[in-house]
Ligand binder design. Structure first.
Ligand code: G3H
Ligand code: 13P
Ligand code: ZN
Length: 316
């Protein structure tokens, strides 16, 4: 089965009350860990590529790795998505390179410019059979090299439901990333956050069936934070989005949940542990292998949190 877009995944996710995991890929081991997890859990999958990932590994290496994953897993619907595309040109390039979904993130621009930029991307992408995610509202943390609002400010920059309706109707985008209290990176919050479920509710009442996306949704798992700190790391104040809140959002109109930081932390924690316990080790397979296994088991757990385990077949 070739790469798929996200239409069917989102239709089923919305209808059956779950969300599809969108995981960032930067190299082979990260991709394999994620794909092995969805293969075992029989879950639909969105693999996403950021600007940083393209700079690090190059688009063609990442696409070739994903191509192998798709060929080896014919029963798993896999979409390849551009994460935080900030210009029409990068979205066009990714459409032309075979992505099945692109994100145009013009959320830092004034409303009218966000609408115009998004509409232009939608026109090009749709004429090439590619779906478009847009963003309205501002998340906290760091988005690529765009600095978002500070975590304390997160709740003041939530997506306005009235604007969201107008935005979706005027752009024709296929899904919308909303600011509902999540934040990018490992240092999201100082206290346990409360997500704005009322914003999700208000939008979904007026746009029934329309898929919403939650970025910045890593939970910054204590297990990995503790391992990192135990083995020489320094991430004392890291705090993420509680998994119960993610499960609750997934049962609502949130159909795609973005996770990157939790992958990074799983890999880093395992590698640090191997180095600390075996200081003589220098074979990359001996630390990247356990790192990949840690990603796999973390992703399997996340698929259960999202409720998309066992849902691959209905999304094909
Ligand atoms: O939202 C941002 C993602 O975590 C990607 O980050 O640009 O460092 O790859 P990156
Ligand atoms: P995290 O930093 O919470 O993993 O968010 C990733 C993300 O939103 C990618 O677009
Ligand atoms: Zn994001």
């Amino acid at each position: 089965m070739p790469l798929v877009d996200t239409k069917k995944m989102f239709e089923m996710a919305y209808k059956n009350g779950y969300a599809v995991g969108a995981f960032n890929v930067n190299n082979m081991e990260i991709t394999q860990g994620i794909v092995d997890a969805v293969a075992e859990e029989k879950a639909p999958l969105i693999l996403q590529i950021s600007r940083g990932a393209r700079k690090y590994a190059s688009m063609s290496y990442l696409m070739a790795i994903i191509d192998v994953a798709v060929k080896e897993n014919p029963d798993i619907p896999i979409a390849v998505h551009l994460d935080h595309g900030d210009t029409f040109e990068i979205c066009k390039q990714c459409v032309d390179e075979g992505f099945t979904s692109v994100m145009i993130d013009a959320s830092s621009l004034p409303f009218k410019q966000n609408v115009d930029t998004t509409a232009k991307v939608v026109e090009y992408a749709h004429s090439n059979g590619v779906v478009v995610e847009a963003e309205l509202g501002q998340l906290g943390g760091i988005e690529e090299d765009i600095e978002g609002v500070s975590s304390d400010e997160v709740s003041k920059h939530l997506t306005d439901p009235d604007q969201a309706i107008e935005f979706v109707n005027s752009t024709g985008c296929d899904s919308l990333a909303v600011a509902v209290g999540t934040s990018h990176g490992a240092y999201k919050f100082k206290t346990v956050p409360k997500l704005a479920f009322d914003v999700i509710e208000k939008i979904s009442k007026r746009l029934p069936g329309f898929p919403l996306v939650m970025h910045g949704s890593s939970s910054v798992l204590k297990e990995f934070k503790d391992l990192i700190n135990k083995y020489g790391g320094n991430m004392p104040d890291a705090m993420g989005v509680p998994e119960e809140a993610i499960s609750k959002a997934a049962k609502m109109a949130i159909c795609k949940v973005n996770i990157d930081t939790d992958l990074r932390m799983a890999l880093t924690a395992k590698i640090r542990q191997v180095f600390a316990e075996n200081p003589a080790e220098f074979d990359p397979r001996k630390y990247l292998g356990p790192g990949r296994a840690a990603i796999k088991s973390m992703v399997k757990h996340k698929l259960n949190v999202l409720g998309c385990n066992g849902k691959a077949a209905e999304c094909l």
